[in-house]
Design a protein around this ligand. Structure first.
Ligand SMILES: [Ca+2]
Ligand SMILES: [Ca+2]
Length: 245
């Protein structure tokens, strides 16, 4: 991994600590030109890239962490309990007993100030067990479908699954858990857009990427794309850094 070209916020977290861990746009004057994408999950995304899960796992293992008790009922008034604090790993205690434990919390994704009212953003809900999750409108009248769901397996990380929803900024939703035999569910919410990384085409397969051909994505990179951007000749595998570059 070339740290001068790996443009993800997780890197900023590791380098600067949690104080720097906020919803920050991927911007750097040394970057390739910004490659605009929608803030909803990009088309064709079959799996979130490792940096997104790594970022969330960082919070699982290092905090900040909060514990709350979910509401026993859906469609409750108000906005609490909620999991609104970003870059925070929540333990949500469920209610009930046996295999009938349930719980509901609210979630109000922030809207970036520069965006128009109604702008949608992809949010990833990483969890630490298979407790069923349904996302609904605040009044329960609408049930949303995830745009992506897949399992998570990462060494040293308790997360097991992630679901991505396209949610409207500054709009309150409810997350309905259960029924389950789990007493609690751990959950971390991340705005997918903030977790994008640059990947560069490695057409000659020498492991070094062409700085002129790149993708900016939070999803797994296309085939033949790498994090490195230091190949001066991407049509000749024998010419690479340390060998002619
Ligand atoms: Ca190459
Ligand atoms: Ca080359």
């Amino acid at each position: 991994m070339n740290t001068t070209t790996m443009r993800n916020i997780w890197g900023a977290v590791l380098g600067l600590g949690l104080a720097a861990c906020g919803p920050t746009e991927v911007q750097d004057e040394a970057q390739p030109g910004q490659q605009e994408q929608g803030v909803v999950l990009e088309a064709g995304c079959t799996q979130l890239g490792a940096p997104v899960a790594e970022h969330t796992c960082h919070h699982v293992n290092n905090g900040p962490a909060l514990t709350l008790t979910a509401s026993a009922t859906q469609n409750f008034p108000g906005t609490s309990p909620n999991i609104n604090t970003t870059h925070t790993y929540y333990t949500v205690n469920l209610t009930g007993s046996g295999s009938s434990r349930v719980g509901t919390v609210k979630f109000t994704p922030a809207k970036k100030s520069a965006d128009a009212t109604g702008t949608q953003y992809a949010w990833a809900f990483y969890r630490n067990n298979s407790t069923p999750l349904v996302v609904k409108s605040a009044d329960g009248s609408t049930t949303l479908s995830p745009v992506l769901t897949h399992s998570v397996s990462m060494a040293g990380c308790a997360l097991t699954t992630v679901s991505v929803y396209n949610l409207t900024g500054n709009t309150t939703y409810q997350l309905v858990f259960g029924a389950t035999s789990s007493a609690s569910v751990g959950i971390g919410a991340e705005r997918v857009e903030d977790m994008r990384s640059y990947y560069f085409q490695d057409a000659d397969g020498d492991g070094y990427g062409n700085p002129s051909v790149y993708k900016l994505t939070a999803c797994v990179p296309p085939a033949h794309y790498v994090a490195d951007d230091t190949d001066c000749n991407d049509s000749n595998a024998s010419i690479r850094p340390g060998a002619g570059c």
